[in-house]
Design a binder for this molecule. Structure first.
Ligand SMILES: [Zn+2]
Length: 181
């Protein structure tokens, strides 16, 4: 394994080794420059962001967020699953967040899938997954459904400040989705 220390980030780190090796090397440089910000675990802005895992969506840069500002909860599609509700419940009840922002985006991989994906998996591996694919065709409707799932959760303390957006991966702009449309 290379021990090169002069590359500035993971993308330009040594060409040898696995991608994980590159990330570990990048971390060594990160930790060298890191100073303890002295924060506790409660997000400074009391906000949780639920977003798609899409690689083109840099949440902190796109929303002007700093270290310690928010919780970020991400999965394929930014779908509000039971596990996202689990994280939001802990976020609000144990760590003091009050607002929820949902960020879906243009060109999402889930737009090209259908629930057939589950059947295909079953045919291949002999077992159908318990989870839904949560594929969608209309991104606005998908955001509205996600907002509705958060708003109607019995576990959450704060459901009055929930807003949903579509991030345009070509322009970098957020467009708000009207929950009532
Ligand atoms: Zn996506």
């Amino acid at each position: 394994m290379s021990t090169s220390t002069n590359a500035p980030d993971a993308a330009t780190a040594t060409a040898t080794g696995t991608v994980t090796d590159r990330l570990v090397e990048a971390n060594a440089r990160y930790a060298e420059a890191f100073t303890d910000p002295g924060m506790d675990a409660r997000p400074v802005l009391q906000v949780a962001v639920v977003a798609c895992m899409d690689a083109r969506l840099d949440l902190h840069a796109a929303l002007g967020l700093q270290l310690g500002d928010c919780h970020t909860i991400r999965n394929a599609g930014g779908v509000v699953t039971d596990d996202v509700i689990r994280s939001l419940t802990i976020s609000q009840r144990a760590l003091g967040t009050r607002s929820v922002i949902l960020v879906h985006h243009t060109g999402c991989g889930l737009e090209s899938l259908t629930e057939e994906f589950r059947m295909e998996l079953e045919a291949e591996v002999g077992q159908r997954p318990s989870w839904a694919v949560e594929a969608f065709r209309d991104v606005d409707q998908d955001v509205r459904q996600s907002m509705q799932r958060v708003r109607t959760s019995p576990f959450l303390l704060h459901t009055d400040d929930i807003r949903g957006f579509v991030f345009d991966v070509k322009s970098g702009a957020l467009r708000e989705v009207d929950p009532a449309a």
